[in-house]
Design a protein around this ligand. Structure first.
Ligand code: FAD
Length: 403
């Protein structure tokens, strides 16, 4: 089998890359699972902008949506909760399996082929005559296959084979657990719970699916947490039970989220997209929007590169995606590092300093889920002008931190 472009992985980044590559080049998606979108490893919260970026027809997107939210309640460890509430829908709570399957269908309609239940187990680059090709060893429905690809797009998630082939790793890994459960909260608002005692290096969440059900989960940064996520989830659910908010759970998932892209995400004839390139918002762990955005870019460049002698398209990939979202990710990583150094009392101090009605209203108006510097920079500025939090920030910056 031979294709111009082979995409490893049929998640959102892979499907969008395939859709765009297939416009001008023969394209194959190789997916190890039997069904696109399964198993689900996501809380399913995506912005209104991400919904548009998916390019799904309205009727198809509607089928993925369980709920719409307008804002968030932030719970510090001991200080009173803060609410940021917009007037209109800011984000959708989606069924990721249906969403991913719809993206795959659109890619297939656009001309991409799919090879399901097929896992890439080996990658080599070979010189054939005057050109270099990627040669992929695939175990497909129990049989071994060889597939040749002019350009390879690695959309195979946080610790996939394409990343290993290029010898690259994300800077940090979050380990995540989530249940679906019977929950009583505001269906319009997600709830985020902060504290080293709650989720070291990250936060816990309650994302309302409807009036009765929410997705309840947390991530930890594996470099700083001494506790296991499952143990922390137990403590978190117990707390919600005591507060009379949570009754019982009926669903369970685990997953990892990569943070901090490696120095390069492309090599001759290979590009990494989505979680494979850690194109993830470091502050919230959301990767669907950036993954789709960079997937499209990689697909476009791959199709161009197959027609070029020197693959200039592929070599420009790194520069082009970083121009769009590199600054956001860098700022997010800096704040993530600080978050990893914070004790419970530090979270309380930060939230106390931000608890101002006018300030929260401005953030509700201007804050942007995908370009988080819109809210984070004003928040940092506010912390810098208050003597207590200025002192805290300098202490956190100086703090020796074993990673
Ligand atoms: C608990 C949790 C909650 C999250 N919540 C959110 C959220 O609310 N909003 C948000 O935006 N993001 C969220 N994320 C992150 C989001 O799920 C990812 O960023 C997103 O799925 C990345 O898309 P992707 O296409 O890069 O990779 P993936 O969706 O991981 O897809 C990779 C695909 O590659 C396939 N694959 C891997 N290796 C091979 C191989 N060797 N051969 C063939 N196929 C292979 C896999 O089977 C998989 O289908 C969450 C993540 C977790 C773990």
């Amino acid at each position: 089998m031979e294709y111009d472009v082979v995409v490893v992985g049929g998640g959102p980044a892979g499907c969008l890359a395939a859709k765009y590559a297939a416009e001008h080049a023969s394209t194959l998606v190789v997916e190890e699972h039997a069904k696109i979108g399964e198993p689900i490893q996501c809380a399913g919260l995506i912005s209104v902008r991400a919904a548009a970026e998916s390019e799904l027809p309205r009727s198809k997107f509607k089928r993925c949506v369980c709920n719409e939210v307008r804002g968030a309640i932030f719970h510090p460890p001991s200080f009173e909760p803060l609410m940021i509430e917009g007037q209109e829908t800011k984000a959708f709570v989606i069924k990721r399996d249906i969403f991913d399957a719809a993206l795959a269908e659109e890619a297939a309609r656009g001309g991409a082929d799919f090879l399901m239940r097929s896992k890439i187990v080996g990658i080599k680059q070979k010189r054939v005559g005057s050109e270099t090709l990627n040669e992929l060893k695939v175990v497909s429905n129990g049989k071994e296959l060889k597939i040749k690809a002019r350009v390879l797009i690695g959309a195979d998630g946080a610790s996939g084979i394409t990343q290993r082939f290029l010898g690259l790793r994300p800077r940090r890994l979050l380990s995540c657990v989530q249940v679906s459960g019977i929950y009583s909260g505001d269906t319009d608002l997600v709830e985020l719970f902060f504290g080293k005692s709650v989720a070291p290096g990250f936060f816990a969440w309650a994302i309302p699916v409807d009036e009765k059900v929410a997705r309840l989960g947390l991530c930890i940064d594996t470099a700083v947490s001494t506790c296991k996520p499952l143990q922390l989830l137990g403590t978190f659910l117990e707390r919600l039970k005591k507060e009379d908010k949570f009754k019982s759970s009926f669903d369970f998932l685990t997953g990892v989220i990569p943070l901090g892209p490696p120095k390069r995400t492309a090599a001759p004839l290979v590009m990494l997209v989505g979680d494979a390139a850690a194109q993830v918002k470091p502050v919230t762990g959301g990767g669907v929007y950036y993954g789709m955005k960079c997937g499209k870019l990689a697909g476009r460049l791959a199709a161009r590169a197959v027609k070029e002698e020197h693959n200039r398209g592929v070599s420009r990939y790194d520069k082009l995606w970083r121009r769009e979202i590199g600054r956001e990710i860098r700022l997010g990583m800096l704040l993530h590092e600080l978050r990893c150094r914070m004790e419970d009392k530090d979270f309380d101090a930060v939230f106390r300093a931000l608890a101002d009605e006018e300030f929260l209203k401005t953030i509700a108006r201007r804050g942007d889920m995908d370009y988080q510097s819109s809210a984070l920079l004003p928040a940092v500025r506010r912390l810098l002008v208050q003597p207590q939090t200025l002192a805290l920030l300098s202490k956190l910056l100086m703090k020796k931190h074993k990673l």
